[in-house]
Write a protein of this length. Structure first.
Length: 116
């Protein structure tokens, strides 16, 4: 059974930083591509993939976050982090981790609110 637990969200002013963490109970974690997704307010049917990272640590980013977000993973601890810098109001969303391609199981997500 897959279990994903996200943490680290909160409120921050524009230009600020947050670091999200995901603890993933996935049997094949070390061989899985892991990703962070987000669901913006009013877009309940859309979860945008913002970054993913391969098993060996090669990252890839959506254009909207490239240069501001950094994804990392710890295969020994089944953790995936997302360091978010220079946050903008449009980054406000619920953030989730999952595999890429995504699986049906989702965690509760962690809310990130960027506002002044």
């Amino acid at each position: 059974q897959v279990q994903l637990v996200e943490s680290g969200g909160g409120w921050v002013q524009p230009g600020g930083s947050l670091k999200l963490s995901c603890a993933a109970s996935i049997s094949d974690f070390s061989s899985s591509i892991m990703a962070w997704y987000r669901q913006a307010p009013g877009k309940e049917r859309e979860r945008e993939r913002v970054a993913f990272i391969g098993p060996a640590g090669t990252p890839s980013y959506a254009g909207s976050v490239k240069g501001r977000f950094t994804i990392s993973r710890d295969n020994a601890r089944n953790l995936v982090d997302l360091q978010m810098n220079s946050l903008k109001s449009e980054d406000t969303a619920i953030y989730y981790c999952n595999t890429f391609p995504r699986r049906d199981d989702w965690g509760q997500g962690t809310q990130v609110t960027v506002s002044s």
